[in-house]
Design a protein around this ligand. Structure first.
Ligand SMILES: *[C@@H]1O[C@H](CO)[C@@H](O)[C@H](O)[C@H]1NC(C)=O
Ligand SMILES: *[C@@H]1O[C@H](CO)[C@@H](O)[C@H](O)[C@H]1NC(C)=O
Ligand SMILES: *[C@@H]1O[C@H](CO)[C@@H](O)[C@H](O)[C@H]1NC(C)=O
Ligand SMILES: *[C@@H]1O[C@H](CO)[C@@H](O)[C@H](O)[C@H]1NC(C)=O
Length: 287
């Protein structure tokens, strides 16, 4: 108990010192997980309920940023949130790009999604205990499925996925990575949804069933029966990073309505795809 309390104090202090520097922000991740949990079939729904920690009260979204909060305790996990490309290349190649700072292969968001998917596939198969903590596997997978859909989580190595590009978001000093993690989403919520995340989620859900209805099957599908296909999600992200996130932005750029309104559709789409694909993956894992 003491140890647990100490951990909480440490985590909370670290959260205050380093507010969300990576990953869609809290809202982006919560949106992805809310959409995903609403699309689970009965068996996946039951498995998720069993695996979630009790304090989550069967709400995956409430723990969707857990992986960001433990980065400072599980140092090994920080390389697993992204996969950047060298020399400003606009395509993703697993063998070239999926490694950590020390060059260790597979240590990137694509490798991590495969890793935690494989761990979860052991759910219910091992009568004694899985060798892995499947609660953590579920929380990591849910978080990384969000991250991989944030275009600048598959950005350029040279600028750390936009983290070193300083810009102004309207009048506020910001870096480009943070603009895509948080600012676009927050500005959309304030301007169009009365600052209610629930209304934003409903608007995306509505487009999933109407606007994007004919595309959703394609989003859910992977080639040759793979349980999940993060290579594809990463390839889409670096393309969107080049086409939308980096486009027209240089150090010191002032990003306002022109940038916000033209990029918001991409953010909406990526949040929707992240949610749909997390659900499809969990349905295949547990189904
Ligand atoms: C796979 O998961 C284990 C358990 O969390 C972790 O130790 C390892 O670093 C992970 N590797 C990758 C590439 O995700
Ligand atoms: C698995 O991980 C969760 C979340 O970190 C933790 O609360 C739980 O105690 C762990 N379970 C085991 C059996 O270690
Ligand atoms: C939903 O689709 C409409 C029509 O394309 C678009 O105007 C609106 O911005 C979309 N909203 C979201 C949240 O995707
Ligand atoms: C995919 O898996 C299903 C069910 O396991 C099987 O019936 C089907 O033949 C597989 N398709 C391919 C292309 O491997």
């Amino acid at each position: 108990m003491e140890c647990y309390r100490m951990q909480v104090v440490v985590i909370v202090s670290l959260m205050l010192l380093f507010p969300n520097t990576q990953g869609w922000g809290e809202d982006g991740h919560a949106i992805v997980c809310k959409i995903a949990q609403s699309r689970l079939g009965d068996t996946a729904s039951e498995a998720v309920k069993k695996l979630l920690p009790e304090y989550a009260e069967n709400d995956l979204a409430s723990v969707c940023s857990w992986a960001d909060h433990v980065k400072f305790i599980f140092h090994w996990s920080s390389a697993l949130h992204f996969a950047d490309t060298p020399e400003n290349l606009c395509n993703f190649q697993y063998n070239r790009d999926c490694k950590d700072q020390n060059g260790e292969k597979g240590r990137c968001v694509v490798g991590a999604i495969n890793n935690y998917t494989n761990q979860l596939l052991s759910y219910g198969r091992n009568k004694v205990h899985s060798q892995y903590n499947l609660t953590q596997a579920l929380l990591f997978l849910s978080h990384f499925m969000g991250d991989i859909h944030q275009p600048l989580h598959v950005g350029f190595l040279g600028d750390k996925g936009g983290n070193t590009i300083d810009v102004h978001w309207y009048k506020q000093k910001q870096n480009l990575h943070h603009v895509w993690d948080d600012s676009i989403i927050e500005t959309a919520e304030e301007r169009f949804y009365g600052s209610e995340i629930g209304d934003f989620i409903n608007a995306i859900q509505e487009n999933i069933t109407k606007e994007w209805d004919s595309e959703v099957k394609g989003w859910e599908t992977c080639n040759s029966n793979q349980t999940t296909c993060p290579d594809l999600y990463a390839s889409e992200s670096i393309k969107a990073a080049c086409q939308w996130a980096y486009k027209g932005v240089t150090e010191g750029s002032v990003l306002g309505d022109d940038y916000f309104l033209s990029r918001l559709p991409t953010v909406n789409l990526r949040l929707a795809q992240g949610g749909v694909r997390l659900a499809a993956t969990l349905n295949r894992i547990f189904g």
